[in-house]
Design a binder for this molecule. Structure first.
Ligand code: URA
Length: 254
């Protein structure tokens, strides 16, 4: 390191970083900073602030926004028979083989080997934490084909909470789509949760597909296909993962 280059040491200008992140033009971003709507590491930023995108946490209206251009966000439609891990010692097919290997990404949460559907893979650790930690309450929606046809009382139990060996499940949204097809939305991410919930009410899962992660859906994506998130999708997901959408916590602001 040499001590002559404060720019290198102190990072890039905040408005440039925000504009590159798709928040708005540089001018708009300057206005947002001047209005006190942008924080860096929890402190209101002033014009002229520089940031290190590798280490500083930037937020707009309380929502952490990813401003690191090296971060990627791949949305995969995971097929059955693939393990949700970045490396498998048993030589089984793994989800990271279905997306480009550079940069290295990790799955956000996990789907069981036989579960299909949407899985996000990224190298953004902050968003990963926010999407998987139950305290942020990001909803995940599943379609579960089950054995038999759940009664009203079974549906009520699924909605109100099921006693599992690791404790009672939090309230869930549950709708009967057809005789043996349930749409279940949960905010927790316990191991094999949907399968164990359905089993506990006497209707083991035959097929399980995740159809939504927070604001993210994509009915057009075929099993085994992936695509990058759009900036709009990323921003919406970040808002949701800050607790700002639909939960009454925080502020959306944008
Ligand atoms: N619940 C399950 O039971 N399995 C999954 O893969 C995801 C949620």
């Amino acid at each position: 390191m040499n001590g002559d280059s404060p720019i290198e040491h102190e990072g890039e200008r905040l408005q440039k970083v925000l504009a590159r992140g798709g928040i708005g033009s540089r001018r708009t971003c300057e206005d947002l900073i001047a209005a006190g709507r942008v924080t860096v590491n929890g402190e209101v930023a002033v014009l002229g602030r520089r940031v290190d995108v590798d280490h500083d946490e930037v937020a707009l209206d309380g929502t952490v926004v990813s401003v690191n251009p090296t971060f990627v966000y791949r949305l995969l439609n995971k097929p059955a028979g693939v393990v949700t891990t970045a490396a498998d010692t048993h030589g089984r097919p793994i989800v990271t083989e279905l997306v480009p290997g550079d940069p290295l990404v990790h799955p956000v949460g996990r789907l069981d080997m036989e579960t299909e559907g949407l899985l996000l893979l990224t190298n953004d650790g902050t968003l990963t934490h926010r999407l998987t930690h139950p305290s942020f309450g990001v909803p995940k929606e599943y379609l579960a084909e089950v054995q038999g046809s759940p009664s009203r009382s079974a549906l009520r139990t699924l909605r109100e909470g099921v006693e599992l060996d690791d404790g009672r499940t939090a309230p869930a949204k549950v709708a009967l789509r057809s005789e043996n097809l349930l749409r279940i939305t949960i905010h927790e991410g316990r191991n094999r949760q949907v399968r164990r919930m359905c089993e506990a009410v006497g209707h083991p899962v035959v097929r399980l597909v995740r159809t939504r992660i927070g604001t993210l859906r994509d009915p057009e994506l075929s099993p085994g296909e992936w695509r990058d998130l759009t900036l709009d999708e990323l921003r919406a997901l970040e808002r949701e993962a800050s607790g700002a959408t639909g939960t009454g916590k925080g502020r959306a602001g944008r």
